[in-house]
Design a binder for this molecule. Structure first.
Ligand code: ACO
Length: 336
């Protein structure tokens, strides 16, 4: 049995900064409401003509991660791409990355687990490395939210939260047993699928059909729906549960955590978990203030920044945790 470790990290966000004040010019919202409810000050949006897409941003992050891992693209054995905002309905972004980076015919797969997508993708990669089937795996989380949100007053409770960006990690076989990904823990609860969802365009909600049924453009199901308070309640419960499950599986306790990187759903959710677990400010990393919620990209962007700032060091116990649409939730326990 082998063990995997993260050998390189990279991230990319578009240059275009959109502040809360910028949003208040196009919809009925304000900086105070957004900061009080979510902690978000600004986010990045792809700008028309800047060339960015979900796959393109993923490639930018992946190139940095591969360079830092000192692994050639020719040695990548598998690409795992997590997103809820793919460039195409099909095929997935994984094969687009393969084409854009001129990577040989290794397998490429997409993971569709929304905010938990990156940890699910890490878990998939970890299993392939553990069995010895693959050695180097490129894991990417990337989202283009701004292309699919409702920026009218109707969509304001959702659209102010999300931002665009990408993060990537290169997983490789660890030479030291005990160092690397110790375990991953995945859950989902499909009965709440609709509470945070985007129903169409899909085979159930096809665009011409939707337009024919909604000539006035009301009640169109191709913008995301979120039952905010229900999501909040479930998130704070599941985040704590899955962190404790991961610690217990490794004989660890909360006091052993050197750095918790929670999915950047909402600063209030992260703060709630921090208080519940009684973790100090230096043990939890948040950057949602700058980027908003970037779903599958939020953990790899935050992990990359924490590592760049020297806040994730050799020997540290690093905990990744996420909750999101599905509902899905997950954690990864890593000895760095
Ligand atoms: N600006 C100003 N006012 C707004 C906005 C806005 N952007 N959005 C909604 N409002 C108004 C509402 O219309 C409502 O007005 P009313 O009282 O006159 O009807 C009022 O603010 C309160 O609306 P609520 O939806 O009840 O606001 P709430 O306090 O629940 O906050 C929020 C909404 C921030 C989404 C909250 O429910 C929450 O934090 N939920 C957690 C969900 C979350 O964070 N999801 C992140 C993505 S999912 C994930 O990553 C797990």
């Amino acid at each position: 049995m082998y063990q995997s470790k993260i050998a390189g990290l990279g991230s990319y966000v578009p240059e275009n900064v959109v502040t809360n004040d910028d949003l208040s010019e196009i919809m009925d919202t304000n900086d105070a409401w957004i900061q009080e409810r979510t902690g978000i000050k600004e986010r990045r949006h792809i700008e028309k003509g800047d060339g960015n897409t979900t796959a393109v941003m993923g490639v930018k992050a992946a190139k940095i991660a591969l360079e830092r891992a000192e692994i050639s693209k020719d040695d990548v054995d598998l690409i795992v791409f997590a997103t809820l905002s793919p460039d195409y309905y099909f095929p997935g972004c994984g094969v687009q990355v393969q084409e854009m980076m001129d990577i040989h015919t290794c397998p490429a797969l997409d993971v569709r687990n929304q905010c938990s997508g990156f940890i699910y993708a890490i878990s998939v990669a970890d299993q392939f490395i553990k069995t010895g089937m693959y050695k180097n795996i490129l894991v990417i989380g990337s989202e283009n939210h701004s292309g699919g949100l409702d920026f009218t007053d109707r969509g304001r409770s959702v659209s102010v939260i999300f931002g665009d960006g990408a993060g990537a990690a290169v997983l490789t076989r660890s030479n030291h047993i005990g160092q690397g990904i110790l375990s991953t823990h995945l859950h989902s609860e499909g009965k709440h699928a609709k509470e945070l969802s985007l129903e169409g365009p899909s085979t159930l909600h096809w665009v011409p059909e939707i337009i024919a049924e909604n000539p006035q453009g009301d009640d169109i199901p191709y913008y995301p729906y979120m039952n905010g308070q229900f999501v909040f309640k479930n998130a704070i419960q599941r985040f704590s549960e899955v962190i404790m499950e991961g610690l217990k599986a490794n004989g660890l306790e909360v006091k052993d955590i050197d750095m918790l990187i929670p999915h950047q759903a909402n600063l209030r959710i992260s703060q709630f978990i921090q208080q519940k677990l009684k973790l100090g400010d230096d043990k939890v990393y948040n950057n949602i203030q700058k980027y908003g919620n970037t779903t599958a990209a939020s953990i790899p962007i935050a992990l990359t920044e924490a590592w760049e700032e020297g806040k994730v060091k050799d020997g540290d116990i690093v905990v990744l945790a996420a909750f999101g649409s599905g509902f899905t939730w997950a954690s990864a326990i890593i000895e760095w």
